[in-house]
Ligand binder design. Structure first.
Ligand SMILES: [Zn+2]
Length: 427
């Protein structure tokens, strides 16, 4: 692999510093040098890329990814996809994330037991292109909880996207099965979800069941994540040390206090796109705004925005991404979350970008080597035509991603084809 020198770039380094002009040298998988001036680094023996003033920044990290959601309008449609088609779909989608600048993704549950693990392994072995990936289990749930799609006369677990357990011993058995398969995270469904006909504030899993899941995962050095919309579910996450909290819409004062006290331990990835677009942009698929409102989504969106603003103000780590893979929030459009963080949660564009980069490195368990443009860090980089701090929506436009590098190798090479048109950002 040739060493690469990016010259004439504006560096957004993910530390919180304002972008500065400079040069970045990549050697092997890592960033070897970051220079704060131009023509500072030797050009002999390297592939030199003139960025023409484009922004060089860390690759984006998606904190709440479901490769196996299949861009359809229902949960049912996910489950009915046969396994063979499903694994090909996941491979196709993994590439899509990389195409859109997401160089790392945290798996947040898979629809069939081994899809995530197989895809992660195929990416790591170089069999298929894809982001760095942390593979998840299926969503573990209890009868009547989110993910239990069985019917009284059709009691077949294959109909469910969740793995249904009853009591601590069944939990232990199921968690151990997923750990045997090689998951990085065990996912628990601690609250409901309106679209599944289960109130978001319903919290059906017992502390005994959760404790067993956390214990088994921890013994093998793995993490637990949770679908936790209700206040009680968020409190369960803090009580049991469930590091990754998805949604957290209805976290009340007590839940927020608990979370704030342990903010170095937890990550919150709310999946705002789901609430916004299910509320207002799903009419074409049979959910007009009045239906979404009747389900409870308008109220949840309003409360979630307040809750998340408070979390952000308290310094709780809130990360972008989440639940893309439905007809009205298709895979690959995930950078909308950065726009939503600014528009709905009052993040500055700088804060939104840091949540997708520096905090992303942390949720990937690589905070000291991923998510920043720093010497010694892994070379996961984007070269963006324009300034994402001036216009956060730039990152939604594939054409603006002039180069995409993961682990020191180009996924999108700026020297190839259309990508050659690098323009100087407007003064
Ligand atoms: Zn999810």
């Amino acid at each position: 692999m040739a060493n690469v020198l990016f010259t004439n770039v504006r560096i957004f380094d993910g530390t919180g510093a304002s972008p500065y002009p400079g040069e970045v040298l990549i050697q092997g998988r890592r960033i070897a040098r970051v220079a704060r001036s131009t023509r500072a680094l030797p050009t002999s023996g390297v592939v030199s890329i003139d960025g023409s003033g484009a922004t060089l920044m860390p690759g984006l990290v998606e904190a709440h990814t479901h490769f196996s959601w299949n861009d359809q309008p229902t949960l049912n449609a996910i489950q009915r996809m046969p396994t063979e088609e499903h694994i090909l779909w996941c491979a196709h989608i993994a590439k899509r994330y990389l195409d859109m600048g997401w160089t790392s993704c945290v798996g947040a549950a898979t629809a069939k037991p081994r899809l995530d693990v197989v895809i992660r392994n195929a990416i790591e072995s170089g069999q298929i292109p894809g982001p760095r990936y942390l593979a998840a289990s299926q969503e573990i749930t209890v009868p009547g909880g989110l993910g239990d799609e069985t019917l009284p006369h059709l009691p077949y677990p294959e109909f469910s996207f969740g793995a249904i357990v009853n009591g601590p011993e069944e939990m232990r058995k199921t968690v151990r099965m997923f750990l045997k398969y090689g998951v990085d995270t065990v996912k628990l469904n601690l609250s409901g979800e309106y679209i599944a006909g289960i109130p978001a504030e319903f919290t059906p899993m017992t502390d005994e069941e959760i404790a067993v899941a956390v214990k088994e995962a921890t013994v093998r050095g793995k993490r637990v994540s949770a679908h936790a919309r209700s206040a009680e579910a968020v409190k369960q996450c803090v009580r049991h040390g469930i590091e990754i909290i998805y949604h957290a819409s209805f976290a009340d004062e007590e839940a927020l206090d608990l979370l704030e006290a342990r903010k170095d331990r937890h990550f919150v990835a709310p999946g705002l796109a789901w609430l916004i677009n299910t509320s207002y942009h799903a009419a074409e698929w049979g959910i007009p705004p009045e239906t979404a409102k009747a389900m409870g989504y308008h109220r949840e969106l309003e409360i979630a925005c307040q809750t998340l603003k408070t979390m952000h103000a308290c310094g709780i780590r809130v990360l972008p991404g989440g639940d893309y893979g439905f007809a009205w929030i298709k895979h690959g459009t995930n950078a909308k979350d950065l726009e939503y963080f600014v528009k709905y949660l009052g993040f500055t564009p700088m804060e939104a970008l840091l949540s997708a980069t520096r905090l992303g490195g942390q949720i990937m368990l690589k905070g000291n080597e991923l998510g920043q443009v720093k010497e010694g860090y892994l070379a996961d980089l984007l070269l963006v035509d324009g300034d994402p701090l001036a216009n956060i929506t730039l990152l939604q436009d594939e054409k603006r991603l002039v180069a995409i590098m993961k682990d020191g190798e180009f996924h999108k090479d700026p020297r190839a084809g259309a990508a050659r048109r690098v323009r100087l950002p407007a003064a």
